[in-house]
Design a protein around this ligand. Structure first.
Ligand SMILES: *Cc1c(COP(=O)(O)O)cnc(C)c1O
Length: 237
């Protein structure tokens, strides 16, 4: 298991480096978030022992049980949907929240970050493709939320995140990733904000995401293997 994780980490890093080379980008410009959801602290420790430092979870409850069992120097990223009633816990557990999708959640997080004496790094999740089942802010709603985020002292807005519709062919994700980058460029200019981060790309489409400008790729199965239990989708609760 641990030998596997170290090998998988190696091959994911090689894929990232190759995609960066093709895109003319430096490999340091892409950070790997190891999505450890459904895996226990042993898997996290194995990846950490192989040099991985950024980890992602999609459920606050699961993370609350796992994080205290993991090495202390890791950086934790919430990548799944966050409900307002879990925001206090999330503000204590996570360094980054990739999935902020409403003005109300943003303000709730700011308040809890203040109480926890922390400054949270925030990405707004954008529903680029506009299909029904996905969470994320509609693009029309995002500029007002970004502007408000800029005023909240305990949050630092770093950029945008998206989850494209599930598809076999990674090229299907390309227009979604490109649209997210275009939105970012436009809003950064209009609002005069540094929105340097784009969280996009998972195991099957990370190359395409890097070619389109991803600065975070979120990889689960490519590092830890197929998840032990079937999921309803990527957006729990
Ligand atoms: C599970 C998950 C991932 C990782 O997906 P893989 O296909 O296993 O790499 C990335 N992002 C989010 C939001 C997830 O929920």
């Amino acid at each position: 298991m641990s030998a596997n994780i170290a090998e998988n980490l190696d091959s994911v890093r090689t894929r990232i480096a190759a995609a960066c080379a093709r895109a003319g980008r430096s490999p340091e410009s892409v950070r790997l978030v190891a999505v450890s959801k459904t895996y226990g602290p042993d898997a996290v420790r194995a990846a950490a022992a192989a040099g991985q430092r950024l980890f992602g979870e999609n459920r606050v409850q699961e993370a609350a049980a796992k994080i205290p069992e993991c090495p202390g120097h890791l950086e934790w990223h919430l990548v799944g949907h966050l409900q307002g009633n879990k925001a206090a816990q999330a503000a204590r557990l996570f360094d980054w929240i990739h999935s902020v999708d409403s003005l109300q959640l943003l303000e709730t997080l700011d308040r809890h970050a203040a109480e926890a004496g922390r400054r949270l790094q925030i990405l707004l999740q954008i529903n680029v493709s506009g299909e029904r089942a996905k969470s994320g802010l509609a693009p029309e709603a995002a500029p007002a939320v970004l502007a408000r985020a800029n005023e909240l002292p305990h949050l630092q807005v770093r950029g945008l995140m998206t989850i494209p519709p599930l598809a076999e062919d990674p090229e299907t994700s390309r227009p979604v990733f490109r649209a997210l980058r275009d939105l970012r460029d436009r809003w950064a200019a209009e609002l005069e904000m540094d929105l340097e981060d784009l969280s996009m790309g998972m195991t099957h489409d990370l190359e395409v995401a890097i070619e389109e400008g991803a600065t975070f790729v979120r990889v689960g199965t490519g590092l830890f293997g197929e998840r032990p239990r079937p999921e309803k989708g990527m957006e729990p609760e």
